[in-house]
Write a protein that binds this ligand. Structure first.
Ligand code: PLP
Length: 460
């Protein structure tokens, strides 16, 4: 199995980014309930034939779709160790929890948070944004909200830019606040929240009797990679006594790059940060993280007394606070190990350089687009994401051709950008998150878009 995966990593570039699994292969997955054992070799063969060749492609250097991380070989090996240990990081006194605490301490230091700060691993930024919403809700409503719900606290409202990731309104839905409680504020030409418009909306809401409690800044919008003015948002949040949360799913790890860190100025003044090691941190899925300015907020929101979780002064059940007091999960896997291995083995500077290299690829693509009369840039390039379209003679049209081009690129299997909507029209979106991607992949993308674009154009 190890040989398979090392071969896979070594040769992934030579296969297609993605290929559709044929019906006959899918059919092999439909087997009866396995009441009796199957030989391990046969199960492994089934994996090699039916699963391995039909992966999602995100470790392939030609993968530029959505915002997905490429992982690393070191992270893969650490996953094997974690699987062997089968540690449960919900609580109790054992070293795996110390590994998670070390990663928390590194992040506290990296983001300039105080000693009171704490945090934990979660599946992803979607969960981390949700937990942050619950913490902000508790800070405004007090611990009674845990027993009484929101009945005693109507009119809670919060703010984010109109380019906020969809998981943030969903967090409001799941927290019982409703998506209407998240006011979507206009963004400027650079895709950043309009801070003056935000200030006006807060004043209007207060005048109308609402209770503002939270502002969400984005570090790396999913569509264009824009980073809100975090320093301005922090100052406003302090003036207005609001919880200041940063959704930094993609770009918060940029704090470890000398070149990218200045773009995040002000993040150290936030109250919580959600981000993903599994995107730009090159840690295999899944490894989401939430950093919180005051660990007391987490304990106030999640700790509960359960007889079966009683703490002892010594022995395996020792310890005042366990990770299960800091978040919603009782059973928790050892996501910290693959992260600890990745950060230690490569070093944060190398991870920072990999992020910078991705931004350089985005610049290269931006230049390629500018240099060609049949391509048009559709959004400013802030970071590692480029939105563009096929525009013969500078005419973007309705953008529908971009949809067809992306589908053809996926079927061809050399590069895989994704599709998004910019100003209501389909746009090709290339997000460079994989450390394996090179300039040759950017050139292949440009060539592919031009070829399929020209092919699609009716020639009379
Ligand atoms: C990817 C992303 C999320 C969601 O993170 P998951 O790890 O997929 O749950 C949230 N916000 C932004 C800006 C993202 O890019």
């Amino acid at each position: 199995m190890l040989d398979d995966m090392f071969d896979h990593l070594e040769h992934v570039r030579h296969g297609p980014v993605w290929q559709q699994a044929p019906q006959a292969i899918r059919a092999t997955m439909r087997c009866p309930l396995p009441l009796d054992p199957t030989d391990l070799g046969d199960v492994h063969d089934h994996f090699r034939e039916a699963v391995l060749p039909f992966h999602g492609g995100n470790i392939h250097p030609g993968f530029m779709g959505w915002v997905q991380g490429g992982g690393s070989a070191v992270g893969m090996l650490a996953e094997m160790l974690a699987g062997g240990l089968n540690a449960n990081l919900g609580g109790r006194d054992h070293m795996p929890i110390e590994v998670e605490r070390q990663v928390v301490a590194w992040m506290r230091e990296g983001f300039g948070y105080p000693q009171s700060a704490d945090g934990l691993f979660l599946t992803g930024a979607s969960q981390a944004n949700f937990i942050a919403t619950l913490l902000a809700r508790l800070r405004r409503c007090g611990p009674a909200v845990r027993e009484q719900g929101l009945a005693g606290a109507p009119g809670l409202v919060a703010y984010a830019s109109c380019d906020v990731h969809g998981c943030v309104p969903r967090a409001f839905d799941m927290a019982g606040l409703g998506t209407d409680a998240l006011r979507r504020i206009a963004a400027n030409a650079l895709g950043q929240i309009d801070v003056e418009a935000l200030r006006c909306q807060i004043a209007r809401d207060r005048a109308a009797g609402f209770t503002p409690f939270m502002v969400v800044g984005t570090a790396g919008t999913v569509n264009t990679g824009a980073i809100d003015d975090l320093a301005a948002l922090g100052a406003l949040a302090r003036d207005e006594a609001l919880h200041f949360h940063v959704d930094g799913a993609l770009a918060a790890p940029g704090i470890f790059s000398d070149r990218l860190a200045p773009l995040l100025a002000g993040i150290e003044g936030s109250d919580s940060i959600a981000f993903d090691f599994h995107k730009w941190g090159s840690v295999p899925y899944d490894a989401g993280f939430l950093l919180v300015r005051d660990g007391g907020w987490q304990r106030a929101a999640f700790a509960s007394q359960a007889a079966y979780l009683t703490r002892a002064s010594s022995g395996l059940a020792a310890g005042d606070w366990w990770p299960c007091d800091m978040g919603p999960d009782l059973s928790r896997g050892f996501r910290a190990l693959k992260t600890w291995f990745t950060l230690k083995t490569y070093g944060l500077k190398a991870l920072g350089r990999a992020m910078e290299a991705n931004c350089d690829l985005a610049r290269r693509l931006e230049q390629g687009i500018a240099a060609h009369p049949d391509l048009a840039l559709l959004a400013p390039v802030a970071l590692n994401i480029v939105c563009f379209g096929y525009a013969p003679g500078g005419q973007s049209g309705d953008g529908e051709i971009n949809r067809r081009i992306v589908e053809k690129l996926h079927a061809q299997g050399l590069v895989a950008p994704s599709l998004t909507m910019i100003h209501g029209k389909p746009a090709i979106r290339a997000a460079f998150v994989n450390h394996r991607s090179t300039i040759a992949d950017v050139d292949r993308l440009i060539e592919g878009v031009l070829a399929f674009g020209a092919d699609d154009t009716p020639t009379g």
